[in-house]
Design a protein around this ligand. Structure first.
Ligand code: SF4
Length: 338
């Protein structure tokens, strides 16, 4: 059955063939309010509600598995209408603030060596409706969600059209009404996407998964570096900063004996110079079958103190739980294997 999620009021009107414009606006507004059936839109005539229920649906996905950890975080494996799986994570910082990490694709084409999602290969893009469903399902489970990061399975800029549609609806006061500044797109470094975001009127935040500022090393773990070398990436980020006049984030997964040495720090310093950037350090979370090691506390402290000395702005992400299924793609990857 066709969902009405992800459609504009005009598209809804055309699809359901209703004459009065205000009816499609009522439906558009209502389906983002947490309802699960058209029956709940009591200000619609009964005949219209019945016709909607016979021909259309709101949700197409369902929660298959839910994992909670001791820190109040929750990871969801979501089954899509075609039997494929995606996942999202609700992150709590111990306050009222809750962030949902949303997927944009099933699998991914980018092939990052440290990522479980990459092992699945690429299956398909999520529709705008499926992207929005993750937010709506997350809200039902966790209550009000204050922030979104598009950092789950997939490369968001590789599904830019559906992502844009979803973001427009998330931001629309007549739908979800989440401020653009509360949304972050995390990319592996797709330059056209960064350029499009720089030109967008919406003040969406940007994060770039860097992981090494040494060209050869980054190429080893992030094949996208071949298409978009670090020098081009830096130029695009400088232009982004000029257009948007604001700071962005580099994500840097700390991998023992790989990207934590003095030459890595030197390259990082060189790469961040001239950019107003915060480096988000993420200790590598063990993924079965991957040839990388988690740094110990001492390695991390040494790395951080060297960044302190060089005046590089950073934050250190606290490890989240979820046992063996902590990293992006692990739950959905398990589902694929079962
Ligand atoms: S880290 Fe992100 S971009 Fe890289 S393979 Fe995994 S999902 Fe794709």
């Amino acid at each position: 059955m066709t969902t009405l999620l992800g459609l504009s009021p005009e598209e809804i009107q055309e699809l359901i063939q209703v004459k009065e414009k205000f009816r499609s606006k009522q439906i558009y507004h209502a389906i983002y309010s947490g309802i699960e059936s058209f029956d709940a839109i009591t200000d619609l005539p009964l005949s219209l509600r019945q016709s909607l229920a016979e021909n259309f649906c709101i949700f197409t996905s369902k929660v298959d598995t839910s994992l909670d950890d001791e820190g109040g975080n929750c990871k969801l494996r979501i089954e899509l209408s075609d039997g494929l799986f995606t996942e999202c994570v609700i992150l709590s910082d111990g306050t009222e603030r809750k962030t949902i990490c949303i997927s944009s694709q099933v699998g991914c084409k980018m092939g990052c060596a440290f990522c479980r999602t990459a092992d699945m290969g690429f299956k398909r893009n999520l529709t705008a409706g499926e992207i929005l469903e993750q937010y709506l399902i997350g809200s039902k489970i966790a209550g009000k969600l204050s922030n979104i990061v598009f950092m789950g399975m997939g490369e968001p800029f590789d599904n830019i059209d559906n992502l844009k549609k979803a973001i427009t609806i998330l931001n629309d006061k007549n739908a979800i009404g989440l401020g653009a500044r509360r949304m972050t797109i995390s990319t592996c470094g797709i330059i056209p996407g960064i350029q499009a975001l720089a030109q967008s009127k919406l003040e969406i935040r940007l994060a770039v998964s860097l992981n090494s500022a040494i060209e050869e090393k980054r190429r080893q773990i992030m094949p996208i570096t071949q298409r978009y070398p670090l020098s081009d990436l830096k130029s695009a980020l400088k232009a982004f900063q000029q257009d948007k006049n604001k700071r962005f984030t580099f994500e840097y997964v700390l991998i023992k004996d790989f990207n934590m040495g003095d030459e890595d720090i030197k390259a990082l310093r060189h790469f961040t110079s001239g950019l107003s950037v915060l480096v988000n350090l993420i200790p590598w979370n063990t993924v079965e079958g991957k040839p990388f090691q988690t740094p110990d506390r001492k390695d991390i402290n040494v790395f951080c103190s060297k960044l302190d000395k060089l005046g590089i702005n950073y934050t250190l992400r606290k490890r989240k739980g979820f046992g063996v299924s902590g990293a992006c793609g692990q739950l959905a990857y398990k589902a694929k294997k079962n």
